[in-house]
Ligand binder design. Structure first.
Ligand code: AMP
Length: 403
């Protein structure tokens, strides 16, 4: 467990002996066509919280969503498919209730004994879950006598099981270990970063990262920009971006960010050069160009060698590093080098004592692809929730516990 920077009550502050503890987890895991879990990261991440409750002599009732069902049972979204994976992770049997409310859930919860684990069926088989329905939340709340929220991945949603349910628990509600660690690490970076602090922001679009950049603009020393969003900035500076991805409607915002950075003395790095192709695939004609002078028939799909060198140097000199979003289309081998090199630079800066936080689905996928996760100080499990915390938004799932 990392050091707790902000004091929040977590399950470590309670004993759960003989308690039936309702735990909201995020088991929204990928399944293959035979319904086998292909990435158990989120299941493994929930184990410490479950284990703590069991070790205290309590029992655990797990609730989660899986996928995006249309509001009714769908075989491919049944949480029964994760039971054996969860059981393997916990080295214990896991019971399953074929509904999350009603008789199946009620009876199974009633029969549950200390040391036992019950997983409820997918909450999103009821539309009421995402609507934050009060009655539905009350039915869920009736199943246990303590509420723990450990679902960071959905903490930015005000759903029945993530926020509304907390109203039915007065003092017997608390954040789980995963959730507390996530919030703590992100808050530490936002409010107590050792300098120089570098934020590496990549990914496809400026529009999805604009609020993060604005919120960080008075906190960081350097922004390193990569990915498709580069070209909106370059166009805002009157460069030639060829066929590269550009959000014309965001050009004004890009100019505003450049101005804010200048005013705050923040260095915003754009790639000096880019690996470009005539097609959005590995089959086009590939060339390296200055990012401000990309030919009309080409698009930038990765940062180039000069940019890699400059970015890696900035990263090596940083004491705090936050990374969200790949530097290029790293899913294709021809355009993965920038993301890989930046990832390796973050890992080696961490080895030399920097604190690094990586979050967002694609950056985490990149870190895993290049086997770097053990060399990063903290890898966040939440995409949207991490972005919203970074944007300075209070998460409903956290606020509901603190109310
Ligand atoms: P995001 O979800 O916004 O972090 O974006 C991640 C996606 O951005 C990945 O799937 C990348 O393939 C894509 N991406 C990265 N660089 C570029 C680029 N230069 N042009 C188009 N897409 C890109």
């Amino acid at each position: 467990m990392p050091l707790r920077y902000f004091y929040m009550k977590t399950i470590q502050d309670f004993s759960f002996k003989d308690k039936k503890v309702l735990v909201r987890v995020d088991f929204n895991v990928p399944l293959d066509k035979n319904y086998h879990v292909t990435d158990d990261t989120r299941i493994v991440a929930a184990v410490p919280t479950i284990q703590k409750i069991l070790n205290d002599g309590g029992s655990v009732i797990l609730m989660s969503h899986l996928g995006r069902p249309k509001g009714g049972y769908e075989e491919k979204y049944s949480l029964k498919h994760v039971v054996s994976c969860l059981s393997d992770a916990l080295q214990r049997p896991v019971l399953f209730a074929s509904d999350c409310i009603g008789a199946p859930a009620g009876q199974a919860a009633k029969d549950l004994k200390p040391g036992e684990i019950l997983l409820l069926e997918n909450l999103r088989f009821y539309k009421e879950e995402e609507k934050g329905d009060h009655n539905f939340a009350q039915k869920l709340a009736g199943l246990g006598d303590f509420y723990v929220n450990d679902a960071f991945g959905t903490a930015h949603r005000r759903h029945a099981s993530t926020a509304v349910i907390a109203e039915f628990f007065k003092s017997n509600k608390v954040l789980g270990l995963l959730m507390a660690a996530e919030v703590d690490n992100i808050q530490k970076v936002l409010h107590n970063a050792e300098r120089p602090f570098t934020a590496i922001i990549g990914g496809a679009k400026v529009s999805s990262k604009i609020n993060i950049i604005k919120n960080l603009a008075d906190k960081v020393d350097h922004f390193i920009i990569g990915g498709g969003m580069v070209f909106t900035f370059i166009k805002a500076m009157n460069g030639n971006v060829g066929k590269s991805l550009v959000e014309d409607e965001m050009i004004g915002n890009a100019k505003e960010i450049l101005a804010i950075c200048k005013e705050n003395g923040v260095e915003l790095y754009l790639p000096k050069d880019s690996v470009c192709s005539t097609e959005f695939s590995e089959n086009g004609s590939i060339g390296i160009y200055e990012t401000t002078a990309i030919p009309n028939d080409s698009m930038g799909l990765d940062i180039g060698p000069k940019a890699i060198e400059e970015y890696c140097q900035v990263i090596a000199n940083s004491k705090t590093i936050m990374w969200n979003g790949p530097m290029g289309v790293f899913e294709m081998a021809a355009f993965q080098k920038g993301t890989e090199k930046v990832g390796r630079a973050v890992a080696s800066a961490t080895d030399s004592g920097a604190f690094s936080l990586v979050g967002g689905g694609d950056s985490v996928a990149a870190v895993n692809k290049f086997n770097l996760s053990d060399s990063i100080s903290y890898v966040s499990t939440g995409g949207g929730a991490m972005l919203e915390l970074m944007e300075g938004i209070t998460l409903p799932g956290v606020a509901a516990i603190e109310e």
